[in-house]
Design a protein around this ligand. Sequence first.
Ligand code: DX5
Ligand code: ZN
Length: 219
Amino acid sequence: MIKIAPSILSADFAKLGAEVAEAQAAGGDWIHVDVMDGHFVPNITLGPAIVKAIAPHTTLPLDVHLMIENPERYVEEFAKAGAAVITVHAEACVHLHRVIHLIKEQGIMAGVALNPGTPASAIQEVLDDVDMVLVMTVNPGFGGQAFISGTMNKIKQIRTWLNERGRHDVHIEVDGGIAADTAPLVVEAGADVLVAGSAVFGREDRAAAIAEIRSSYEG
Ligand code: DX5
Ligand code: ZN
């Protein structure tokens, strides 16, 4: 089952509660929340208070993508705020294994993310520990950027490694430039959670936008 996770980065921040409710009504499977600190990435977005504020407006899992330095400092707070998944960047963690287990100790799913310039090998040693690998298909920081097709090999490599370990339950999420034209490529490569920001919230009709992405790989 392929999941679509609308990213609220492209939603109207003045009415986030209504936006997440609409994304759920429109057929989204997870709500993707982009947390940026102005250090790890050039942009600044939102913190745990906003996650806590939107949580009552949806029953979908909140998929929190931390694009921040020292993410271990905030894991507990985001978990308490209602995150169902917390993903940290391999590039931001000196003690990646420790941070992943800190997330799992909160009783939620742990993800590890890779920038386009980071090789798959950077997470090879934690593949038995994670619930999800996030392969960035753009350089993180902003919505609406062009999909980087060179990341396909990395998705295939990670799916192969997971299959070899019998870890068929581990999700591979992709994030950046995902729309009806790119979704079939990433699904074919082995991704099963598709983040879509501008392709969903940039459209008036969110249900049609999600349906178009879904039908692009369902044929
Ligand atoms: C980018 C964020 C993405 C962003 C994707 O740094 O991590 O989640 O919302 O936006 P689109 O789908 O517009 O490329
Ligand atoms: Zn994201």
